[in-house]
Design a protein around this ligand. Structure first.
Ligand code: WTA
Length: 656
């Protein structure tokens, strides 16, 4: 890997926090943030100790951080319970009868669970698990759709000290089996069916197929979402509602060591077997709660809607643990954003008077593609803050989000983080940060990050390099479950402890820091290509393409080229209603457009129009598959995370 990454996108629009955004903000004004950051960065451990004090501890910690690269322990000796923090402690406050979850099923029904009601269900279900013999330290699998019971199941595990392992409901039986076996799960919680895109997904049948291959699984608990006509294996399978009826409604939260494993969540590596990212209790909850409160500038009367699935880290940290620890009202949606029409989110924002909306760039681009007329039909005036996460947001999409959804008045928090980091690391603070479309701005107070060359020397302003975190943080992953060596190798071997370096965490992302200190994510380093000696972030070229009036989405990959080292191939989908008469002319125009936006070196050598791009189920474009397509023709790598296989078939056919 060369460490020279040319970053050439320039963007100058600036959005300072408005008077409204500053008014009453937890962190108000640039000067306040500067002071806080200076103090926190000088002593991050003390800063995070302060944040940890916002939680309820059954016993105080004795040592805030024990750090022996790459093993971190936060709040050593402290005891707490995540479910108690998310539920019980609100019951002594006026939040007791506040809505914790406002849930909307895809077919349209709604359910509201107050903190008191959620507490009761979680306590009952914790007793259900205890009744089935689940013990502290056992791993419990959760393979469900977006129903409140998934949240109940997670918090019930936390209440008794079981470690949950949520597998996204869109994954196959094979993926479930692999994750259950790798983590040694003893119970799997699922549904008869899940509701998605107007039809049902057979979760129980998939769970059955998985269970056949999992020797350790002793019980399946099945929540009835559909009509319940699924085979049940006597002795092994149990209906959720039957177990709940018989379970007592009180179950004291056990005091757990701050480093007790809260959950394992699998994420794909660039190759090979998925990695079981292990998160523990005290540090994780501290950072999830602090970031949720300050980045979304949470007020007690907010209605907060995060569109992620609980099968991903965003769902864990920003639907469940962060918001509930803060006593927020969370809107949770079961189905597809386009069901029954592409206006579902906008209709929900109006219906529930949502004030904070957190989604992903891929969703925003899809909405741009379907057109402004959908959101224009709704009253979105309740919104006061917008968030984005998951990939770099191209400035065009940012501007659309800002003006069409945010009515030009809502700050946008572009939040950079990873499954591994557990919580947000780089983000604006809405009452204090001047934002610019396309940058997640700066590391949070108490988070030390830098952009460096491969040899560890810092990059100059605007020089592309590798994004590293230079000091441990509370919600960092503790290891890859069962594989400490892979953990060390993956994250800590690029910048190991040496005479000149204390040992840094390598994020896998390329980035640049501008003169103001704002960090621009260029993309994963495996999405960085070298053309004629220039390393270019494919995300930037994609961004340039998307800024053309005809383009909806673009993915850029490299194929080997004798002269240039690599040639760029761009896959482009056009906006709805765009039907060019002369495709060759449009291709030439797009190449010129990229040339004008970025520079001659970034012009794609080849442009292919496509109906759709291959995406993971969480919405990330699978550039690896496109790369395989343009280099070898055949796609050999793992496609289990692909949302829709037919997309790939079509692309392949187009080539012939
Ligand atoms: C990318 C999602 C640019 C990045 C929470 C990171 C982003 C990977 C942003 C982690 C952002 C996430 N701007 N890139 N705001 N947020 N990424 O584990 O490449 O699904 O390394 O966690 O997504 O993805 P993951």
């Amino acid at each position: 890997m060369s460490d020279r990454i040319s970053s050439v996108l320039t963007e100058h629009r600036q959005f300072p926090p408005s008077t409204d955004a500053r008014k009453g903000a937890h962190i108000s004004g640039a000067a306040a943030l500067k002071r806080l950051k200076a103090k926190a960065d000088a002593d991050p451990v003390a800063f995070w100790e302060g944040a940890a004090r916002a939680l309820h501890w059954q016993a105080p910690w004795k040592q805030a951080l024990q750090w022996k690269v790459p093993q971190a322990k936060w709040f050593v000796g402290g005891r707490l319970n995540a479910a108690e923090n998310c539920l019980d402690r609100h019951l002594q406050t006026p939040r007791a009868n506040k809505a914790a979850l406002i849930w909307e099923g895809e077919p349209g029904e709604t359910r509201t669970l107050t903190y008191r009601q959620l507490h009761r269900d979680v306590s009952r279900f914790a007793n259900v698990l205890l009744g089935l013999g689940v013990k502290k330290g056992d791993v419990v699998g959760i393979y469900m759709g977006m129903v409140p019971e998934a949240v109940v199941a997670m918090l019930a595990c936390a209440r008794i000290g079981a470690t949950h392992n949520v597998v996204f409901g869109g994954f196959s039986a094979d993926a479930v089996a692999e994750r259950m076996n790798d983590s040694g799960a003893v119970v799997l919680i699922t549904q008869d069916v899940a509701m998605r895109r107007g039809t049902t997904v057979e979760l129980k049948l998939a769970a059955d197929a998985a269970a056949k291959r999992c020797r350790g699984l002793k019980h399946l608990i099945v929540f009835r979402r559909g009509n319940g006509t699924v085979p049940m294996k006597a002795g092994r399978d149990h209906w959720w509602h039957e177990l709940m009826e018989a379970a007592p409604a009180t179950c004291p939260p056990v005091g757990l060591d701050a480093e007790h494993p809260l959950f394992i969540l699998y994420t794909s590596g660039s190759t090979g077997k998925p990695k079981g990212i292990l998160h523990t209790t005290g540090g994780y909850l501290t950072q999830a709660a602090w970031t949720h409160k300050h980045i979304f500038d949470l007020r007690d009367d907010d209605v907060y809607f995060c569109t992620a699935d609980i099968g991903w880290i965003t769902g864990h940290s920003y639907i469940v643990y962060g918001p509930l620890a803060n006593g927020a009202t969370v809107v949770m949606y079961e189905g597809a954003p386009t069901y029954p029409e592409p206006d579902r989110f906008w209709a929900m924002i109006e219906r529930h008077a949502v004030t904070i909306f957190y989604t992903a760039p891929t969703a925003i681009r899809a909405f741009m593609k379907s057109g402004e007329s959908w959101p224009r039909r709704y009253d979105l005036s309740s919104l006061r803050l917008l968030g984005t996460v998951g990939e770099p947001i191209n400035p065009e999409a940012w501007m659309w989000y800002h003006s069409v959804i945010g009515g030009g008045r809502c700050p946008i928090v572009d939040t950079w983080w990873q499954t591994e980091t557990g919580a947000i690391m780089i983000s604006p603070l809405p009452g204090a940060t001047t934002t610019t479309p396309g940058t997640a701005t700066q590391p949070l107070p108490g988070i030390l990050a830098d952009v460096v060359h491969k040899d560890g020397t810092p990059c100059k302003p605007n020089e592309g390099g590798l994004l590293v975190i230079t000091h441990p943080w509370p919600s960092m992953l503790r290891t890859i479950f069962g594989n400490d060596e892979r953990y060390r190798q993956t994250y800590w071997s690029e910048f190991p402890k040496s005479r000149t370096c204390p040992g840094w965490y390598f994020t896998g992302d390329g980035a640049r820091k501008d003169k103001k200190g704002n960090i621009w994510i260029i993309g994963r380093v495996d999405d960085v290509v070298n053309v004629s000696g220039h390393r270019l972030g494919t995300a930037e070229i994609e961004s340039a393409l998307v800024s053309h009036k005809t383009v909806a989405e673009a993915a850029v990959v490299a194929r080997p080229d004798e002269v240039k080292g690599n040639a760029l191939v761009a896959f482009v989908t056009l906006k709805h209603g765009v039907a060019p008469k002369n495709l060759d002319r449009l291709k030439a125009e797009l190449r010129e457009h990229v040339g004008a936006e970025i520079g001659h070196i970034a012009k794609p050598d080849e442009i292919r129009f496509a109906e759709a791009l291959p995406k993971t189920r969480s919405g990330k474009i699978m550039r690896r598959l496109l790369r395989e397509l343009v280099t070898g023709g055949a796609v050999q790598g793992d496609t289990t995370t692909l949302e829709d296989l037919s997309v790939l078939e079509t692309l392949r056919a187009d080539e012939d």
